[in-house]
Design a protein around this ligand. Sequence first.
Ligand SMILES: NC(=O)c1ccc[n+]([C@@H]2O[C@H](COP(=O)([O-])OP(=O)(O)OC[C@H]3O[C@@H](n4cnc5c(N)ncnc54)[C@H](O)[C@@H]3O)[C@@H](O)[C@H]2O)c1
Length: 441
Amino acid sequence: MKKNITTADGKLGILIPGLGAVATTMIAGVIAVNKELSKPIGALTQMGNIRLGKRTENRYPLIKDFVPLAGLNDIVFGGWDIYTDNVFEAAMNSKVLEPVLLHALKPELELIKPMKAVFDESYIKNITGTNIKNAASKMELAKELMMDMELFQKNNGCSRLVIIWCGSTEKYIEVSEVHETIEAFEEGLRQDDPAIAPSMIYAYAAVKMGIPFANGAPNLSIDIPALESLAKITATPIAGKDFKTGQTLMKTILAPGLHARALGVRGWFSTNILGNRDGLVLDDPENFKTKEVSKLSVLDDIFQPELNPDLYGDIYHKVRINYYPPHGDNKESWDNIDIFGWLGYGMQIKINFLCRDSILAAPIVLDLALFMDLAKRAGMSGIQEWLSFYFKSPQTAPELRPEHDIFKQLIKLQNTLRHMMGEDLITHLGLDYYEHEAQTL
Ligand SMILES: NC(=O)c1ccc[n+]([C@@H]2O[C@H](COP(=O)([O-])OP(=O)(O)OC[C@H]3O[C@@H](n4cnc5c(N)ncnc54)[C@H](O)[C@@H]3O)[C@@H](O)[C@H]2O)c1
């Protein structure tokens, strides 16, 4: 049965903590698309099709024509950053998009100015800024953020908001007592508990207001029991964490293939060089640790070594990120994969991906914003596991193992859309195509 989904009337405000390389590439991209200067390549919501019904029915609409998403012309952008640069300046500094393109968008981009950020240098050491809020406690900071959200919505005439964290990666912390319940968390906000990271303050403010919140970085942020239960209370969709781009995207494309053919893996060595501000932040070991944990989890969950010890029981998996300024946002990654086949004979695969980090991440931010808004209008709340497709460390219910296989993630996403719209789910069984033949023989 079709879900009751309210229409996408009016403007959708996309608010972003962290107006750096990824965020500005996404914003400039959407404006360029609206001006018909370019195409939204890589955004499933805009370019992807979905099969409906049987293969014989030949129904493959575009996703944006199938589900009621906000139109790109109905989006208003805003955000927070520790720097005062407007989005035009920040995009120029990020050096991802060509200056010629950015100059063509300058009037729109320079209007988007960052609001004052909630920042704590103990969570990110390698950058400092001046555009930072000052308040008596973390609770007061959260209240200021809620006021920012309310004012933004009012001043821009938005009917709805979504928030996508595109801020720098915070230092590694684990879930502790203050993150367990909403009562402990709110008391922690009042008492300035050092275990509450800035990204959690944004997440709390959003969820408290019922605004969908997705986290593109590997830090915990919304991925704590306290905020998960608040999201259920306020009927807010949440999702995370860490956009799946570059090397991990390749890993979750290739590893399911090796696993599918029962090929063994002895080792997977992954190294990266990148020179953008993200690389600078990750140059600090405490921040790198957050990214490392996120990147390492992928293979274990795809190969499940405990189920297949002969094939995957002894994998040596290493991930390195090196800050190398001359490459800027053009991240280069190398993977050496030692695999083995029939009777244990060894083989090697080498991947050298010369990617553009923010070019891969920007469409993810857009898709997440549009799908999170859809989820909210469809009355879905709490963890949106069907959006795992976009994340390196998909957030799931505590008792569930995350699904990392990108193909299963896509099937889950598409079936969720079919389910929302009252279409038959597709199992790929396909026996019914042959049943008629058998009966007539
Ligand atoms: N580019 C990718 O492919 C990719 C993939 C996965 C995850 N990510 C994550 O996305 C995030 C953004 O990446 P990027 O390349 O745009 O980095 P960036 O350094 O260009 O931008 C991050 C911005 O966040 C701002 N910031 C930091 N703390 C803040 C706070 N508390 N409040 C508001 N603003 C804050 C910084 O000043 C900076 O402008 C990073 O955490 C990165 O790890 C990126």
